[in-house]
Design a protein around this ligand. Structure first.
Ligand code: HEC
Length: 145
């Protein structure tokens, strides 16, 4: 009698351990698609029928702002061709290509993506990017093959 009970306890224990490790893994599975969907849903609350536009995203990527003399636009660090490796306009530090077709792990970590959108949009444009801006920006980068 003792042995089967022990076996069952072990199995239940293993199952519980599996269940507690699986959810965080599932949560970490951000992607271009999942983030784009979240931004689009958000944008729809103020712009009915919003759909991401690579064309508007391209315009944002190259638009020149007067906030920073060193980096007037996104391209200043991410280069004119987002399929190429970028370079920080001040520190010279290399930045992997922004296009997901070239850098596979681009936009696969929502915390990272949001952190950099917050920082870079403020530094370049003087304000945070809207959900619509983010969806457009990533639509442009994803259109580059
Ligand atoms: C001063 C240099 C600089 C400028 C200008 C710049 N960035 Fe970046 N950006 C970086 C660096 C450095 C990283 C982080 C390194 C990396 O992800 O390879 C980064 C990463 C990002 C990421 C994270 C992408 C991911 O993989 O999730 C986003 C989003 C981003 N930038 C958006 C923008 C936008 C939008 C603009 C223009 C409004 C912009 N950046 C302008 C330097 C810059």
């Amino acid at each position: 009698m003792k042995k089967p009970l022990q076996l069952r306890t072990t199995l239940v224990g293993a199952l519980l351990a599996l269940m507690t490790t699986l959810p965080p893994m599932a949560l970490a599975a951000d992607s271009v698609a999942s983030q784009t969907q979240a931004w689009s849903e958000q944008a729809k609350s103020t712009q009915a029928g919003f759909t991401p536009s690579a064309e508007r995203g391209k315009a944002l990527y190259f638009k020149t702002f007067k906030v920073s003399a060193e980096f007037p636009n996104c391209a200043a660090c991410h280069t004119d061709d987002a399929r190429k490796e970028g370079k920080h306009a001040i520190t010279g530090k290399k930045i992997s290509a922004m296009a997901p077709a070239v850098t596979a792990d681009r936009f696969t970590d929502a915390a990272k993506t949001e952190k950099w959108f917050r920082r870079n949009c403020k530094e370049v444009t003087g304000a945070e990017c809207s959900a619509a801006d983010k969806a457009d920006f990533v639509a442009y980068l994803s259109s580059l093959k």
